[in-house]
Design a protein around this ligand. Structure first.
Ligand SMILES: Cc1ncc(COP(=O)(O)O)c(C=O)c1O
Length: 407
């Protein structure tokens, strides 16, 4: 048969319905626009502006020079698992066995996918505060689950109320997926907020997937680790990572912790971490080896760097939140992460038009809040992990823009 005789691939069912049903990230379109523009100040991407501290990079280079070029244990190198265990114990008093309850992942991105694939069957419902991080819905949907947004609002600083979560529980509810401090709002939950949520999880026998990637980036409101709450360790999948607090996005490394065998909780008869590990070993094998050594250095000796970055983010946070409020773009005070989430309703523009026109007219990139769910409508996300002077300049440009568009 020559190539001309071969029938082309033509079948309407070519692409999986699951994948087709997932929306493309609402953020991507903006990044494509920015890529072709000069002089843009980007408050769009949610990643630290600084490069990884040199000492962490050096540790990876040393490991490579020493011949650490192979895959590691599927779980990750034992020293890093031990360091994660010590770290969580030191910060939150929550203990995980490094041998059986900690998995080193290729970032929280992978951890989310593992958590949903390990726990969900088709039709299982997952409750999640809205607005939500863009990957949450796809991770649930790809695992066959049903994503159920639970509304939050600026009047409550975008903290989810336990009673609102409970109002969405059905016989099909399997899990609650939370991410605090939150992307895109910067919202943080108080310990009491989380205790109320824990009560709902316990009474309805739910798994809690807790994405705590921003746990170190808090401003005045200490972070509460969900697994540290009474009785919650047994039903929580705790996800954490290095991308944000250690400025290590490109290294693709994080951790997942879960009870090896839960008794009485929703996982009784199952071992959550081992189930996640099964998926991990077939799709990833092991997290990048040099990244694991950089991460080890970060956990062992990186506290000064974390503190320096947090202090600097706090300075920028105050600048941007005050700036938005002065311009009439009402912004609650975010207590964590590195995002501000002002309302743009006073301009009469939709969040989408606001973001697009601001980019085209003043070359400042922010992300429309509707990219993060229905409750983000009317807001924009501005990431303040950008140099202080750039934020000052961005606020000036936004001021000009708002002056022209105020309704
Ligand atoms: C809430 C949240 N979870 C997870 C991630 C992805 O984390 P990682 O870089 O560790 O894959 C991000 C990145 O923006 C995030 O904002």
């Amino acid at each position: 048969m020559c190539a001309d005789d071969v029938p082309p691939l033509a079948r309407p069912d070519l692409l999986s319905r699951r994948v087709q049903a997932i929306p493309a990230s609402g953020i991507r379109r903006f990044f494509e626009l920015i890529a072709n523009m000069e002089g843009v100040i980007s408050l769009g991407v949610g990643e630290p502006d600084c490069v990884t501290p040199r000492r962490f990079t050096d540790a990876a280079v040393r490991a490579l020079a020493d011949g650490q070029t192979h895959d590691t244990s599927n779980y990750g190198i034992p020293e890093l698992r031990q360091a994660v265990s010590d770290h969580l114990d030191r910060l939150y008093g929550v203990r995980y066995d490094p041998a059986s309850e900690i998995l080193i992942t290729t970032g929280v991105s992978e951890g989310l996918l593992l958590a949903t694939h390990a726990t969900l069957d088709s039709g299982d419902e997952v409750l999640c505060p809205d607005p939500y991080y863009v990957a949450y819905l796809p991770c649930v949907a790809l695992a066959g689950g049903v994503f159920v947004p639970v509304p939050t609002d600026p009047e409550n600083d975008f903290r989810v109320r336990a009673e609102d979560v409970e109002a969405h529980v059905t016989p099909r509810t399997k899990a609650i997926l939370i991410g605090y401090p939150a992307n895109p709002t910067g919202a943080s939950m108080t310990r009491d907020d989380l205790l109320a949520l824990a009560d709902v999880a316990a009474r309805h026998n739910l798994v809690v997937i807790s994405d705590e990637i921003y746990d170190r980036l808090t401003y005045g409101l200490p972070h509460t680790c969900f697994a540290s709450l009474p009785g919650m360790r047994e039903r929580t999948i705790l996800l954490g990572g290095f991308s944000k607090a250690y400025a290590m996005t490109g290294w693709r490394v994080g951790w997942a912790c879960a009870p090896a065998s839960a008794g009485g909780g929703p996982a009784s008869g199952g071992d959550i971490l081992e189930a996640m590990m099964k998926v991990h070993q077939y799709i990833i094998m092991s997290a990048p080896t040099p990244s694991q050594y950089a991460a080890l250095e970060a956990l062992r000796n990186g506290e000064d760097e974390v503190q320096t970055m947090v202090a600097e983010y706090d300075r920028r946070r105050r600048l941007i939140v005050d700036g938005f409020n002065r311009l009439g773009l009402t912004c609650f005070e975010p207590r964590g992460a590195f995002y501000a989430f002002p309302s743009v309703r006073s301009t009469g523009l939709s969040d989408h038009d606001f973001a697009e026109r601001l980019l085209l007219e003043e070359k400042v990139a922010v992300v429309p809040g509707s990219a993060f769910g229905q409750c983000g409508v009317g807001h924009v996300r501005a990431c303040y992990a950008a140099p202080y002077e750039q934020i000052e300049e961005a606020l000036e440009r936004i001021g000009r823009f708002v002056g022209r568009h105020r309704s």
